[in-house]
Design a binder for this molecule. Sequence first.
Ligand code: SF4
Length: 324
Amino acid sequence: IELPVFDREPIMREFLAGGMGAHTRAFIKVQDGCDNKCTFCVTTVARGAGQSRHLADVVTEIQAFAAAGYQEAVLTGVHLGSYGRDLQNNTTFYHLIQAILDHTAIPRLRISSLEPWEIPDDFFSLWQNPRLLPHLHMPLQSGSDKILRRMARRTSRASFRQLAQAARAAIPDLNLSTDIIVGFPGETATDFAETLDYVKEIGFNRLHVFSYSPRPGTAAAQFPDQVPGPAKKERTRRMIALGKKLSLQFHQKYVGQSLNVLWETAVGADNGGLRWAGYTDNYIRVTAHGPADLFNRVTPVEIEEAREDGVYGRVLHENVIRAA
Ligand code: SF4
């Protein structure tokens, strides 16, 4: 089925499992479905209520990935924050992460996406363990309280701001990314301007921008005041431009610094030799020249040049670095 772009992400995350990043990053789906009813989202209709995998099964699977040489595990799910609600013993997502850190040897652990609610106060203390990577994707969708209510999102400008501040205070070098839906029904030019300002204020490090289109079976498809195509297109263009600017600013901060990179793919070759691509702990895409055996190794890189879509660097030495 052809899905509008903003519906694709949870499903795409599932397709990633065992595909992209094989033998470097393992994608582990720990949860499916969702109990929320965001008015634009078809997930509840298509995937049903939230279901969690048992904690012990997830730990065993990650132990196996670590033993097989994977450097990184990425926890995926449709609504990770609700992990455990359907299990017994009051298990939560916090407990799952703690158990993986305590009982597996996986060098790097990443969370794919976390809705900005149901996050307990002490959640960010988990990042005291450097194996939990400083990267959080928290979908905001709009910076207007009016639109957030129409979307039935369980967050607001004030609560998201508080959460972002707490995350940044607890997690050094955090890469905070988000999703924004542009042109949701009822979004006026003023609402859109409010969202642009809010995105700048929070200073997201990366934006995924989606142009709203109605999904049959969702409440928002029936809403009046659908935004006309040309206005939606223009707002999307402006939001994407802002996202690129924020990413570039984030990447520029690291020029001259050394970052650890997990090398995943040889992307080409030129007079300088093989060109490799990989990701830093905080999920900045790095390309650099390197030796033929860089695959699945974590090495330090000096960042030399920043671009909107990543950075270019120089491999400092080829010794493998492990998280502490
Ligand atoms: S939280 Fe909202 S957007 Fe996310 S999966 Fe559930 S219903 Fe969809």
